[in-house]
Design a protein around this ligand. Structure first.
Ligand SMILES: *[C@@H]1O[C@H](CO)[C@@H](O)[C@H](O)[C@H]1NC(C)=O
Ligand SMILES: *[C@@H]1O[C@H](CO)[C@@H](O)[C@H](O)[C@H]1NC(C)=O
Ligand SMILES: *[C@@H]1O[C@H](CO)[C@@H](O)[C@H](O)[C@H]1NC(C)=O
Ligand SMILES: *[C@@H]1O[C@H](CO)[C@@H](O)[C@H](O)[C@H]1NC(C)=O
Ligand SMILES: *[C@@H]1O[C@H](CO)[C@@H](O)[C@H](O)[C@H]1NC(C)=O
Ligand SMILES: *[C@@H]1O[C@H](CO)[C@@H](O)[C@H](O)[C@H]1NC(C)=O
Length: 340
């Protein structure tokens, strides 16, 4: 009985998610009025189509939490004309076909028109890059940071091979990024690797992959991540402190001001989960990085809390927000049923 209720709820969410997403994006336009549509079904066609937005999941997890859905949905809304591609290590071809029944979260985002979900196959991804020999000889059981390191490697190879923008799954897009080749400053003279964009086959990423292998040290967190980006950038240019709100340039790479993605810096990450007197305008930002790796207490967006994060969900991923509201009401309804 409980199983059946779950199944019905599941089916309901998938349909509701899809329909609300379409209506909220383009009222009165339910079928096929997007520049991109699911007629690009195979991975190769999608990956050769324009500038992609790329998300990765390097654990075997198949049920993304709400923050991940919000992140993907916000990108799908901001970049309507681009494929938004979510690669998951835990998927293989058969579970991919099965998504419809492995409810609810994954099928919910797979109903978004420009969102594609594919298996992450590192052995194939690293082919033709400097990362392959490193990948083939590494013994992953000895790597305490493997989830991070494999993600650091995969994002470099993805953007080098296909071009586009890589984003962490705790980045909420709020307006389009107007530059193509860019790195994001996390603070003065320090680059993040949580979001970056390049044209296909950009030399900078090739050099990053070479440096990744030459200076590999799996015992230092971030050595192949933000520290790699930072040392590569410093090797090219003398970075200075940011003046006012101006971005920097290093050769033809834009080094974007911390405010572009980190208007709330990481020591203050809990601010996202607090109630603000008024919603900050984030006028100078392209996306908001929610610092999920700091969130050890697993703080969540709570419906009705009026926290900053609730307002962000309402504004930038209303479909995810709406399904959470429904789920909250549904569970209230069920507990009422139980007590009656
Ligand atoms: C999965 O599908 C791809 C093409 O879509 C194919 O190249 C690959 O061999 C398949 N893998 C398995 C394990 O069936
Ligand atoms: C990887 O390391 C573990 C632990 O040190 C060891 O037991 C295992 O045999 C190694 N695997 C390979 C393929 O070398
Ligand atoms: C950085 O500054 C130093 C000293 O001011 C200078 O010698 C060096 O050539 C500069 N490097 C680059 C890449 O501009
Ligand atoms: C960017 O700069 C590099 C080296 O300075 C150069 O090889 C490359 O052609 C430049 N790319 C563009 C698009 O200007
Ligand atoms: C932010 O942008 C909005 C809308 O464009 C504008 O009304 C507001 O004054 C801006 N805020 C600041 C601080 O510039
Ligand atoms: C947040 O949600 C996750 C799963 O959705 C749950 O495991 C966790 O306990 C929640 N955290 C809090 C603080 O409620």
């Amino acid at each position: 009985m409980v199983k059946e209720i779950q199944l019905y709820l599941c089916i309901f969410f998938v349909f509701a998610f899809g329909i609300f997403y379409e209506l909220s994006i383009e009222p009165g336009c339910l079928f096929d009025c997007k520049p991109i549509s699911k007629k690009f079904l195979n991975e190769k066609e999608v990956m050769t189509h324009g500038e992609k937005i790329i998300f990765l999941e390097t654990t075997n997890r198949l049920q993304p939490p709400p923050l991940v859905l919000c992140s993907v949905e916000s990108a799908a809304r901001i970049y309507l004309d681009r494929p938004v591609v979510f690669f998951m290590k835990g998927l293989d071809n058969s579970t991919l076909l099965d998504i419809k029944s492995s409810c609810p979260a994954l099928s919910a985002i797979s109903t978004l028109k420009n969102v594609f979900i594919f298996p992450l196959k590192m052995d194939i991804l690293f082919q033709g890059t400097p990362l392959l020999p490193w990948y083939l000889q590494i013994n992953t059981t000895n790597e305490k940071y493997w989830v991070y390191i494999s993600s650091d490697a995969s994002r470099l190879a993805m953007v080098w091979k296909y071009g586009g923008i890589y984003m962490d799954t705790d980045v909420i897009s709020i307006r389009p990024i107007p530059v193509v080749n860019f790195l994001a400053a996390e603070s003065s003279k320090f680059s993040s690797n949580g979001i970056f964009g390049f044209q296909r086959h950009n030399w900078f990423l090739w050099d990053c992959m070479k440096n990744f292998v030459e200076n590999y040290n799996g015992d230092i967190w971030g050595n192949q991540g933000p520290f790699l980006m930072t040392r590569m950038l410093k090797g090219l240019c003398n970075l200075t402190d940011f003046q006012n709100m101006e971005d920097q340039r290093c050769h033809n790479i834009s080094f974007l001001h911390p405010h572009r993605f980190y208007p709330i810096s990481y020591p203050l990450w809990e601010k996202y989960y607090e109630v603000w007197d008024s919603m900050p305008d984030f006028n100078y930002s392209y996306a908001l990085h929610l610092w999920n790796f700091m969130n050890h207490e697993k703080k969540n967006m709570t419906v009705g809390s009026n926290t900053l994060v609730e307002n962000i969900y309402k504004t930038y991923c209303p479909t995810t927000y709406w399904t959470l509201v429904q789920a909250a009401e549904g569970s209230k309804g069920m507990s009422l049923n139980k007590t009656s």
